[in-house]
Design a protein around this ligand. Structure first.
Ligand SMILES: [Zn+2]
Length: 103
């Protein structure tokens, strides 16, 4: 009885402290919860990579966690536009490989 009550209070507290962050997909333009998106980062060295930890430094761009949005982003050069620079073919290849099967 008491335990249930404590759990309920804990849940309430967690809900309150949880901030939901929304980001816009550079491919389709939809605004989604951050954890439903891939974060792509262009670091200081100029390489573009998939931010697996969410803490990579650099300029970030978000794409929905699905293949279609990813492919569309490359076709539309949405990432290039977002980073205001080109993406090396090797980086592009690696991004595609890394996101394959993740969505
Ligand atoms: Zn999208």
């Amino acid at each position: 009885m008491l335990l249930t009550k404590n759990l309920r209070n804990l849940k309430k507290r967690l809900m309150k402290s949880k901030t939901v962050v929304f980001r816009k997909c550079v491919s389709c333009g939809k605004i989604k919860e951050k954890n439903g998106l891939f974060r792509i980062v262009r670091n200081k060295a100029g390489s573009v990579l998939l931010d697996k930890t969410g803490h990579e430094e650099g300029r970030g761009a978000y794409i929905c966690r699905n293949k279609e949005c990813f492919e569309k982003a490359f076709k539309k050069k949405a990432l290039e536009r977002s980073f205001r620079s080109g993406i090396e073919p090797e980086d592009k290849k690696r991004l595609i490989e890394e996101t394959e099967g993740l969505g």
